[in-house]
Design a protein around this ligand. Structure first.
Ligand code: C2E
Ligand code: CA
Ligand code: CA
Ligand code: CA
Length: 270
């Protein structure tokens, strides 16, 4: 085996980052940002997605795309996920108490969270302790959850749905998509990945993916959401395609709760 310093550096960096993440979880250095989601035709706010944020003591921000996979591999995602669920529901409660009703909060959930035998129990507990209803919560799962292909996973999804919790299939089209599972997952929403939204304005390969996904989702009774909408042109094209909901920097960025409260307050004053 040839010594490759760049490899061991990467491994060392991972170890250091994982150690720091452990400390962040313990010291409460994680937070959630909330990104509004809108009905495209009416512009009505329908809810928001909770996104994890980690700012280190020295001010460095570590992006979730870096620390979530690390958390998933190490099992740390389990306590982090429970915390996120609880915190997001608590935030929705704060919004409700401020008079902003009829909204839901969407929380991202990974494969290993789903595989916990007491996952449904944990979700119910989070609802009970915050006093929120099942209909207030949406869980976002990627295709990989379904692709585990285990009946047990599908059972969990069906149980959640029967309890009134809604499900969204996240990042649709980016994984090893197989259409056969789509019918099996009892999801309410289908989220078209940002990559396809970006390609809408080009005439390169993939430009028409979004136009195929919208009727596909509708056919199986799902609400279709486009993520990562950054330009007016994208929004117009999505509207023409019949896309139901949108999320993206064009409309609103992910915000900490106090900022979200101020933003909603401003929106609703005439
Ligand atoms: P995601 O679930 O696909 O979340 C959407 C990502 O797109 C977020 O990135 C969001 O900030 C970003 N985004 C939204 N609108 C725009 C836009 O108009 N332009 C661009 N360029 N980006 C936009 P973020 O917050 O960095 O999160 C990245 C990923 O990390 C998420 O992708 C999700 O897979 C994961 N993640 C974040 N928070 C959590 C969490 O609490 N639990 C789990 N399991 N995963 C999370
Ligand atoms: Ca998501
Ligand atoms: Ca996504
Ligand atoms: Ca993504």
């Amino acid at each position: 085996e040839v010594y490759r310093p760049e490899l061991s550096d990467a491994a060392e960096q991972r170890t250091r980052l994982l150690h720091a993440l452990h400390e962040a979880v313990d010291s409460g250095a994680l937070s959630l940002a909330y990104q509004p989601k809108f009905d495209l035709a009416s512009g009505r706010l329908v809810g928001m997605e909770a996104l994890m944020r980690w700012r280190q003591a020295d001010g460095t921000v570590v992006p979730p795309d870096r620390f979530i996979p690390l958390a998933e591999q190490s099992g740390l995602i389990l306590p982090m996920g429970s915390w996120a669920l609880q915190t997001a529901l608590q935030a929705l409660k704060t919004l409700k108490e401020a008079g902003h009703t009829g909204l839901h909060v969407a929380v991202n959930v990974t494969v290993s969270q789903f595989m916990q035998p007491d996952f449904v129990q944990k979700v119910l507990e989070a609802l009970a302790t915050t006093g929120m209803a099942a209909a207030d919560l949406e869980l976002e799962v990627t295709e990989s959850v379904a692709l585990i292909g285990q009946d047990a996973v599908i059972d969990v999804l069906r149980t959640l749905r029967s309890l009134g919790i809604s499900l969204a299939i996240d990042d649709f089209g980016t994984g090893f998509s197989s259409l056969s599972y789509l019918d099996q997952i009892p999801a309410h929403r289908l989220k078209i990945d940002r990559a396809f939204v970006q390609r809408l304005e080009t005439c390169g390969p993939g430009a028409r993916i979004a136009s195929l996904v919208v009727p596909l989702g509708h056919q199986i009774g799902m609400t279709v959401v486009a993520e990562g909408v950054e330009t007016l042109q994208q929004a117009i094209l999505l509207h023409e395609l019949g896309c139901d909901e949108v999320q993206g920097y064009l409309f609103a960025r992910p915000m900490p709760l106090p900022e979200l409260l101020a933003w909603i307050g401003q929106r609703s004053t005439p």
